[in-house]
Design a binder for this molecule. Structure first.
Ligand code: ADP
Ligand code: MG
Ligand code: MG
Length: 884
C-alpha cells in the first residue's frame, strides 16, 4: 500500500481539496495554479493533525520525514536554506481548518531566524534594522504561540524601550534599538521557560507545527466550533510558506481588502494597508492604516496589478473575497484569499448583485447566504431618527443583535412577574446562569456587567434571538437593591432603559423601535427561495401579533397553536386554575364552561388571521405546576371563588405536586383522566370554525392535535371524544365542515409504533423538544446545568436541543415517517419543535420527506431559505456549503 501523503506543495493542491488542506491551504494552492503571485510553500494536511492526536500528540516519524522532504524541495526552488546564515530561508507557520476559525492559533512569522541567520540576513539585505525587526517579531510570536508566554508582557517590554528612547512609531526604532529589544525578549523568554530561545530552526519548525495542531483543541476553539456547528474531529492543516517582507522599508507594506463593502455590500474595493509593516500590524493598530484608495497615488503600478488580481479572484471564486497581501520592495504578493465574511444585509445585496452581474445563478445566490445570519435582520430596530437623538450611558459587548427597550429588572423572577403583568423588561444581571432561563425568555433584552461574547448570557441570548449587551463593566449593579449605577446616576427597578445589541450601547431612556421589514434584496431572495423549496413552512404561534408577523414573513399556516399558552394573563388564568384544582367532575365542568368561550374566541381570532391557511391546534399540554397558585393571596382568592376551604385547596395543590413533572401527568394523560377537557376544546375549535365560515366565508379545515401519545389506544380513547363531539356539533349546525385529527410524535414509543398510530391519525407533527428529552433521558429543565461539561469534555459538539441529534433522534424521526407513511400513504408530517427553525435540522427534514417545518415567526424567513438550500443541494448532489 502506498504511503499516505501528509504533505502537499502548493502546486499539488486546489480549492476542491479544502477538507484535506484546510481553507487557507486549498486557496493558496488554487491561487498558485491560476497564476496569482503567491510565495511558495507546502501544506501539512488535516489528516496529519488527526494522526497527531491518535499518536498521543506526537508528530510521527513518517510525517516528519515528509515535512523534511518538502522543505528540502522548497529550499531547492527558492535557492535559500533554513538555518543557513549566508542566505537563510524564512517561513511563516499558518493554521488553516476547513472552516475559517477565529479562536485558533495565531500565525508565527519569520521562522528560521536565530542569532546567526539574523546577522546573515542583515548582511545580505544591507539592512540590519529590517533583520532585527524580523527577529524581535519572531521571538515574540514564537514565545506567545508555541510556549504560551503572554504576548502583552512582550508588548510591555517593547513599549518601555520605545518610551525610554522617546519614540512613538515602531518604524522609527533603529537597528540598535531593536537589538536591545531582542536582548530583553530573549531574557524574558529564559525567565518564563527556564530555557534559552531555541536557536535550531528545525526545532523551531517542528514545535510550531505541533503548536498549530494543539491549538485545534484549545477552549476558545472548542466553544467557537460549538456555536458554529463545526465538528470536533475535522482537525486543522498547517501551512509552511516562504516569507515575503512588508517591513523592508518605505517601498514595502502589507494590507487587507474586501472586494466589496462587507457591511452594506456595495461593489467597491474596501480595505486598508500600511507601509513598512508586517503581518497583523494593520489590524493591531500600531499605526493608523491608510485607505486602500491611497495606494493608487502612492504606487499606481502595484495598485493596478492589485485591481486586476482582485477582479480575477472574484470571478474565479464567484464571490466577494477577503484578500491579504504584502508588497516587498515594490513587488506584490497575495497571501490569502477567502470568501469574505459580511453582515446579513451585505450578504443579501451581494447575492442579488452577483446574479445581476451574471456571475452566478439564482440557486448559487441562495446558497451563498447563511440562513442563521438573517436573524439579525428580523428583530426590531431602533427608529433611526430617535436613536440619533439618544445618548448612551454605557457600552458593553454587542453580544446578540436587535434593539430592545423596557423596564429594568434585576432577577429572572421579576422579569416573569412583569411579563405576566403585560410589561416589557430589560433583564439586568451581573452575569446570567441557567436558572435565569425563564426570565431571559420573557425579557426584551439582556444586559450583563460581566462575561464576554461566549458567556452564558451571550450564547443563550443568541440562541433565543434576544438582544443582549454583555460585559458592560461600567455598571455597578446591586441585584439585591434592585438598581444599577453608572456615571453617577442610579437606575432603579422599573426605570426604562434601551439596548442596542448591534453596537453594544446602553441608553437610560426610551427609544422607539420599529419592526423589521421584508423588503428590497431581502424580499428578492425570499421570492427566489420559495421557487426552489419543497418543504412547506408554518409557524408556532397563537397570539394575533405573532400570527400577523408570521404571515408577513411568509408562513403558510400554523403548525402549532399551544392552547395552554392562551391561559396566561388575568381573566384567563383563574378559570384555568379552577379547572386544575377541581376535585369533582361538576367543579371541573363549571370551570371548563368558563374557559369555553375564551378558547372559542381565541380560535376564531386565529382562523380569521390565517384566512383559510391550515391551522394545527394542540390540545392542552400544560405543565401543571406553572399554573397552580403559589402566593397565599392567590390561594385565598381561588378558594373563595370555588367555595372551598383554604386548607382543602392547599391540600389539593400539594397533591398535585409531581416529583418529575416532565414525565408526569401532562399531555393527553390529563385528558385520559378528565375527558371533559378534550370535549370542551373540541367544542371550542369546531364552533369557532363554523362561526368563521358563517361570518367571514373563510373555509378552514382545523387540525386537532393530541399531544404526548405513546400508545395508539391512548390516542383512540381521546379521539373518540373528539370525533363524537365534533360530528354532533357539525350535524346540528347544518354547515359542511371538514376537520382532521392527528397527533404529536414526541415519545420514542410513538416512533416505534408509528404505523399503528398512523392508521388512526391523519397527521403527525414531531415535537422534537420532548423527543430529544425522552430519547436522551435529559430533562430539558436541567440539561443546561451539565451539558457544558459535555462540550468541554468533547462528548458533544452541540446542544441536542438546538441542533437535532441525527443519529438518535433523527433515526427515530425517519423511522416514524417511514412507518407512518407505510400505513397511510397521504400522511401529513411536520415538525414543530424548536429544531424546526434550525437550518441543519431543516435540511434533514427535507431529506426524510416531511411535508412542512414549523417554527417561531421570526424564524420563518430563515426556514424558507434553509428549505430552498436543502432542495438545491439535493439537486446538485448533496455537496455541503462549506465554502463560507
Ligand atoms: P490569520 O488566519 O489569523 O489571518 P494568517 O496565517 O493569514 O493568519 O497570517 C496573518 C498575516 O501574517 C497575514 O495576513 C500576512 O500579513 C502575514 N503572513 C503570513 N504568512 C506570511 C508570509 N509567508 N510572508 C509574509 N507575511 C505573511
Ligand atoms: Mg489571514
Ligand atoms: Mg411536548
Amino acid at each position: 500500500m502506498a504511503e499516505t501523503k501528509f504533505v502537499y506543495h502548493f502546486a499539488e493542491g486546489d480549492a476542491g481539496m479544502r477538507n484535506l488542506l484546510g481553507g487557507k491551504g486549498a486557496n493558496l494552492a488554487e491561487m498558485t495554479n491560476i497564476g496569482i503571485p503567491v510565495p511558495d510553500g507546502f501544506i501539512v494536511t488535516t489528516e496529519a493533525c488527526t494522526d497527531y492526536y491518535k499518536n498521543k500528540t506526537k508528530i510521527s516519524d513518517k510525517i516528519k520525514a515528509q515535512i523534511q522532504k518538502a522543505l528540502a524541495e522548497l529550499e531547492g526552488k527558492t535557492k535559500k536554506k533554513l538555518g543557513c546564515a549566508k542566505n537563510p530561508l524564512l517561513v511563516s507557520i499558518r493554521s488553516g481548518s476547513r472552516a475559517s476559525m477565529p479562536g485558533m492559533m495565531d500565525t508565527v512569522l519569520n521562522l528560521g531566524l536565530n542569532d546567526q541567520t539574523t546577522a546573515g540576513l542583515a548582511k545580505l539585505t544591507g539592512n540590519p534594522r529590517f533583520a532585527n525587526d524580523c527577529y524581535r517579531r519572531f521571538i515574540m510570536m514564537f514565545a506567545n504561540v508555541v510556549v504560551e508566554l503572554e504576548k502583552h508582557k512582550f508588548e510591555h517590554i517593547f513599549g518601555e524601550i520605545k518610551e525610554k528612547k522617546g519614540i512613538e512609531n515602531d518604524s522609527d526604532l533603529t537597528a540598535a534599538d531593536l537589538a536591545e529589544v531582542i536582548k530583553e525578549f530573549k531574557a524574558f523568554y529564559k525567565k518564563g521557560t527556564g530555557e534559552d530561545f531555541p536557536q535550531d530552526p528545525q526545532v523551531q519548525l517542528m514545535k510550531s507545527i505541533a503548536a498549530v495542531f494543539r491549538s485545534w483543541n484549545n477552549p476558545r476553539a472548542i466553544t467557537y466550533r460549538r456555536l458554529n456547528d463545526i465538528p470536533g474531529d475535522w482537525g486543522t492543516a498547517v501551512n509552511v510558506q516562504m516569507m515575503v517582507f512588508g517591513n523592508m522599508g518605505d517601498t514595502s507594506g502589507t494590507g487587507v481588502c474586501f472586494t466589496r463593502d462587507p457591511s452594506i455590500g456595495t461593489n467597491k474595493l474596501y480595505g486598508e494597508y500600511l507601509m513598512n509593516a508586517q503581518g497583523e500590524d494593520v489590524v493591531a493598530g500600531v499605526r493608523t492604516p491608510l485607505k486602500i484608495d491611497a495606494l493608487e497615488k502612492q504606487n499606481p503600478k502595484v495598485f493596478k496589478q492589485f485591481v486586476d488580481i482582485y477582479k480575477k479572484l472574484e470571478k474565479h471564486y464567484k464571490d466577494m473575497q477577503d484578500i491579504e497581501f504584502t508588497i516587498e520592495d515594490g513587488k506584490l504578493f497575495i497571501l490569502q484569499t477567502r470568501v469574505g465574511k459580511r453582515t446579513a444585509a451585505a450578504a443579501l445585496k451581494i447575492a442579488v448583485d452577483l446574479f445581476a452581474e451574471k456571475m452566478i445563478s439564482q440557486e448559487e445566490a441562495l446558497l451563498k447566504i447563511d440562513p442563521k445570519q438573517l436573524d439579525a435582520l428580523l428583530h426590531p430596530q431602533f427608529v433611526p431618527a430617535e436613536l440619533a437623538k439618544a445618548k448612551a450611558i454605557a457600552e458593553g459587548l454587542p453580544a446578540s443583535p436587535g434593539a430592545a427597550c423596557g423596564q429594568a429588572v434585576f432577577t429572572a423572577e421579576r422579569a416573569v412577574e412583569f411579563k405576566n403583568a403585560g410589561k416589557k423588561t430589560i433583564l439586568v444581571r451581573l452575569e446570567t446562569c441557567p436558572d435565569d432561563i425563564e426570565g431571559m425568555n420573557v425579557t426584551e433584552g439582556i444586559l450583563t456587567a460581566r462575561g464576554g461574547m461566549t458567556s452564558h448570557a451571550a450564547v443563550v441570548a443568541r440562541g433565543m434571538g434576544t438582544c443582549c449587551v454583555a460585559g458592560c463593566g461600567a455598571l455597578r449593579i446591586s441585584e439585591e437593591g434592585r438598581y444599577f449605577e453608572v456615571a453617577g446616576k442610579r437606575y432603579n427597578e422599573g426605570d426604562f432603559i434601551s439596548l442596542d445589541g448591534a453596537s453594544g450601547k446602553v441608553y437610560g431612556e426610551v427609544i422607539k423601535t420599529q419592526a423589521a421589514k421584508l423588503t428590497g434584496d431581502f424580499k428578492t431572495i425570499m421570492d427566489w427561495a420559495d421557487k426552489y423549496r419543497k418543504l412547506g413552512i408554518r409557524t408556532n404561534a397563537e397570539t394575533e401579533a405573532d400570527l400577523k408577523k408570521a404571515i408577513e414573513f411568509g408562513a403558510e399556516g400554523v403548525g402549532l397553536a399551544r392552547t395552554e399558552h392562551m391561559f396566561f394573563g388575568t381573566g384567563r388564568i383563574e378559570p384555568m386554575r379552577e379547572m386544575i384544582v377541581s376535585n369533582t367532575k361538576e367543579e371541573r365542568e363549571k370551570a371548563l364552561a368558563k374557559l369555553l368561550p375564551i378558547q372559542r374566541d381565541d380560535f376564531y381570532a386565529i382562523f380569521k388571521a390565517m384566512k383559510g391557511l391550515p391551522v394545527t391546534i394542540r390540545f392542552l399540554d400544560p405543565p401543571l405546576h406553572e399554573f397552580v397558585p403559589t402566593s397565599q393571596q392567590d390561594i385565598a382568592i381561588l378558594a373563595q371563588e370555588m367555595g372551598m376551604a383554604v386548607e382543602h385547596l392547599k391540600a389539593t395543590i400539594a397533591s398535585l405536586h409531581e416529583f418529575n413533572p416532565m414525565l408526569g401527568h401532562r399531555g393527553l394523560r390529563l385528558a385520559i383522566t378528565y375527558p371533559e377537557i378534550a370535549v370542551m376544546q373540541t367544542r371550542a375549535v369546531i364552533e369557532a370554525a363554523i362561526q368563521v365560515q358563517k361570518d367571514l366565508k373563510i373555509d378552514i379545515v382545523p387540525e386537532i392535535m393530541i399531544p404526548l401519545v405513546a400508545e395508539v389506544k391512548e390516542y383512540n380513547y381521546i379521539k373518540k371524544y373528539v370525533v363524537e363531539t365534533a360530528d354532533e356539533i357539525i350535524a346540528k349546525s347544518g354547515v359542511k365542515l371538514k376537520y382532521m385529527v392527528g397527533t404529536m410524535i414526541e415519545i420514542p414509543r410513538a416512533c416505534i409504533t408509528a404505523d399503528e398510530i398512523a392508521k388512526q391519525a391523519e397527521f403527525f407533527s414531531f415535537g422534537t423538544n420532548d423527543l430529544t428529552q425522552m430519547t436522551f433521558g435529559f430533562s430539558r429543565d436541567d440539561a443546561g446545568k451539565f451539558l457544558p461539561d459535555y462540550y468541554s469534555k468533547k462528548i458533544f459538539d452541540s446542544d441536542p436541543f438546538v441542533r437535532m441529534d441525527l443519529d438518535g433522534v433523527g433515526f427515530l424521526v425517519k423511522m416514524a415517517v417511514d412507518k407512518g407513511k407505510s400505513a397511510r400513504k397521504d400522511l401529513k408530517v411536520g415538525i414543530c419543535g424548536e429544531h424546526g427553525g434550525d437550518p441543519s435540522t431543516i435540511e434533514f427534514c427535507h431529506k426524510v420527506g416531511l411535508t412542512y417545518v414549523s417554527c417561531s415567526p421570526f424564524r420563518v424567513p430563515i426556514a424558507r431559505l434553509a428549505a430552498a438550500q436543502a432542495a438545491i443541494r439535493e439537486k446538485k448532489g448533496g455537496c455541503a456549503s462549506e465554502n463560507r
